[in-house]
Design a protein around this ligand. Structure first.
Ligand code: AMP
Length: 116
């Protein structure tokens, strides 16, 4: 079964796409946590980091190149931003199609919820 992100990439369900090429697609998160919150997604449906293989190296490296470009285009490169990839239940992954969150436009805050 194809993931909701595969359906967005295929144009089967609507989304606000900001970048697309033959390897990755980037679109605005439906529930933004920061003024800029964009998901950068490999077109290949890799469920999670646990499913990555050496043949994915170039595509996954390309996510960073695209993230940098989108950050520049959205005017947040200079002040900074955070890139997040969640994996599995403990990592907080909700959609099992590997993706990178690009978060910025304000101070993003602590990297993780700190232990008491
Ligand atoms: P994660 O918890 O890392 O799996 O993140 C999944 C993200 O996908 C969440 O931030 C959701 O808000 C986002 N999301 C879920 N469905 C959609 C959708 N149809 N369009 C855009 N973003 C979505």
């Amino acid at each position: 079964m194809s993931s909701i992100f595969s359906k967005i990439i295929a144009g089967e369900i609507p989304s606000d796409i900001v970048y697309r090429d033959d390897r990755v697609t980037a679109f605005k998160d439906i529930n933004p946590q920061t003024p800029v919150h964009i998901l950068i997604v490999p077109n290949k449906e890799i469920p999670s980091v646990n499913d990555v293989t050496p043949e994915d190296e170039q595509t996954l490296g390309h996510l960073f190149v695209v993230a940098k470009q989108i950050a520049e285009e959205h005017g947040i490169a200079e002040k900074g931003y955070r890139l997040i990839v969640n994996c599995g239940d403990d990592g907080g992954q909700e959609v099992y199609h590997l993706h990178m969150h690009l978060l910025g436009g304000r101070r993003v805050g602590p990297m993780v919820v700190k232990r008491d």
